[in-house]
Design a protein around this ligand. Structure first.
Ligand code: SF4
Length: 113
């Protein structure tokens, strides 16, 4: 497998454990960081015993995919240097930062009231 480019059309997707569970693997609209952490923890459990985790992870890394693939979040791929499209990646990071700020503000508001 090393040195071979992995494509989404390859048959590995037929063996995916996540079939029918798309909502666990992609960010929902207006998702809070805490909701994201919970969703991704559930997704990681689905990936943990998936027979095609290697192919899936490498596909996402090579193609700069967003969402949770092969047991990795897009933030983890970003940290490892796999998200190459800087415009999209910057927008994504800004969205994550805004959501984190909003959540921390809500926690402060809750502690005051
Ligand atoms: S590793 Fe995870 S995201 Fe990839 S096919 Fe398997 S269950 Fe789906």
């Amino acid at each position: 497998m090393l040195g071979q480019r992995i494509r989404i059309t390859d048959s590995w997707t037929d063996q995916a454990n996540c079939k029918g569970k798309t909502e666990l693997f992609f960010e929902g609209r207006h998702e809070k960081p805490s909701e994201r952490r919970r969703r991704e923890a559930k997704a990681a459990k689905v990936c943990a015993d998936c027979p095609v985790i290697y192919q899936c992870r490498m596909f996402a890394r090579e193609n700069g995919e967003y969402g949770f693939w092969g047991g990795e979040s897009d933030d983890e791929r970003w940290q490892l240097g796999y998200l190459k499209n800087h415009t999209i990646a910057r927008r994504h990071k800004a969205r994550v930062s805004r959501a984190a700020l909003k959540e921390s503000k809500n926690r402060v508001d809750d502690s005051i009231s």
